[in-house]
Design a protein around this ligand. Sequence first.
Ligand SMILES: *Cc1c(COP(=O)(O)O)cnc(C)c1O
Length: 326
Amino acid sequence: MLSSGTAAIHLALRQLGVGEGDVVFCSSLTFVASANPILYQGARPVFIDAEPATWNMSPAALARAMRDAGERGELPKAVIVVNLYGQNARMDALMEICRGYGVPVIEDAAESLGSEYQGRKSGTFGDFGVFSFNGNKIITTSGGGALVSNDTEALDRARFLATQAREPALHYEHSEVGYNYRMSNIVAGAGRGQLEVLDERVEQRRAVFERYYEALSGLAGVAFMPELEGSKSNRWLTALTVDPEQAGVSHLDIIGALGAENIEARPVWKPMHMQPLFEGVEYYSHEEGWSVSDELFRCGLCLPSGSSMTEGELDRVIGVVEEMLR
Ligand SMILES: *Cc1c(COP(=O)(O)O)cnc(C)c1O
């Protein structure tokens, strides 16, 4: 249990020996917290595009990136796979590629706590799994995170690094750099209570998605984020794309109209390979000449999706969006 999901990713990279000049592959379509810890370690990110069916890491793009890296003798030290907006990445295909090259996987499940994939819980597929209990996540302790793994030795070491790398000695002995990344006991207490309502929150978020889907999916130019067969998304956020040519309005027009009614909606995450912070960083698109995350960013938006939204609130959002799209 840690102070944040970002801390968990950082510790996973440290565990895997990622350091100065090493290469780490990472999903491009994500929140910056997935990628920042790569920079903390002085390592070099390479961003991998999304695929249309999951909006998550494209196995085709990952395979091309691995092949090139292998040929250059520069295989990544780790791959960070993100489960966006609650939707699991195609973990079986991605794990198979990474296993084939002997590269460990960090599964960033910060947005997918409570989701399932092929009957297993999200966050349990990688060598390390990462969760977040930040204020905006499906359950929250106001701030917090977790690192999970079957490698209990690695977790012991993560705990050690999270406690200022304090050696067992009366006088506080230190031989390497550590962090103050532990979760406080009060926060942990809140988290235990929150875990009890997780299943309920997942059902509430899925109901919010269903309500939007029923009302809006028939309108021209609208496409909702798909749910991969054999998986169950927690639908942390309801995300959809709006094709401006078919719809006659853009996703930004809709966000603007909602804003005028004091309703907050946001575009889909701006991909990391398009961010000034990562200018010039290597990027592998889904297919040569076809970048899926660019397209999703160009026309994707997230609707208000709070677990406690009332029928009346949902109707208000739907009313504004319908009016724009008709
Ligand atoms: C929220 C989030 C994180 C980071 O979690 P914090 O607890 O806020 O540090 C990491 N990755 C993704 C995809 C997130 O959405």
